[in-house]
Design a protein around this ligand. Structure first.
Ligand SMILES: N[C@@H](CCC(=O)N[C@@H](CS)C(=O)NCC(=O)O)C(=O)O
Length: 206
């Protein structure tokens, strides 16, 4: 198995983190985004969207998109608890995978793209969006330890990376105490793999 990856991509980190949590072997192939390697014909042949992460599981099985990779790995290689099979349990996980691809991408991920990669978004607008979703997640976590079940699921993995590194986008997440405790619970899971830090933004309180 190969994971096409970039160390500063939170989307790629989700996949890298889950590979590590479930203990499958993977060759990590770093894609040089700065040099435009993700837009070369060779890379576009495996992901026409020209984005990382991409998982190549051999025999022609190529999965692009971070949450699709989490679903694939959970179904193929992980304990069922990571992606429950009952209708309500699966829907609860999907609800938060949608948040990872929606409000998190347009909030804390976008805020970090401004500071770390120089993206031309309106910083105030994306920071405000980040606080809106963090407020909501903090309230959800007031009554439970994990976001989608009473145990960790791929929904926690999908949400982790950009929330953990939100301060790099000048999003002060430290005021969300339930979120802080939840991040620590994820970091304490056996096999946890950290998301590379940058010195940009608000200093990490940890
Ligand atoms: N929906 C995709 C988004 C992936 C994505 O935005 N990847 C970024 C790195 S964080 C990328 O490759 N950007 C390069 C580009 O879009 O040109 C996923 O969940 O994997």
């Amino acid at each position: 198995m190969k994971l096409y990856f970039h160390p500063l991509s939170g989307h790629a980190h989700r996949a890298r983190l889950f590979i590590s949590l479930i203990g499958v072997d993977a060759d990590i192939v770093e894609v040089d985004l700065a040099k435009g390697e993700h837009k070369t014909p060779a890379f576009l042949a495996i992901n026409p969207f020209g984005q990382v992460p991409v998982l190549d599981d051999g025999h022609g099985v190529i999965i692009a998109d971070s949450t699709a990779i989490l679903v694939y790995l959970a179904k193929k290689y992980a304990e069922k608890s990571w992606l429950p099979e009952d209708a309500a349990g699966a829907a609860a996980v999907q609800r938060w995978l949608s948040v990872a691809s929606g409000q998190i991408a347009y909030g804390p991920c976008a805020a970090r793209l401004v500071t770390v990669f120089g993206a031309k978004f309106d910083a105030d607008e994306v920071i405000a969006r980040a606080h809106a979703i963090l407020t909501l997640i903090d309230a959800e976590l007031a009554s439970r330890q994990w976001i989608a079940a009473n145990h960790p699921t791929i929904a926690d993995v999908a949400l982790y990376s950009y929330i953990a590194r939100a301060p790099e986008g000048n999003v002060d997440r430290f005021r969300y105490h339930n979120v802080t405790a939840w991040l620590a619970r994820i970091e304490a899971l056996p096999g946890f793999f950290p998301f590379q830090k940058t010195p940009i933004g608000i200093a990490d309180a940890a």
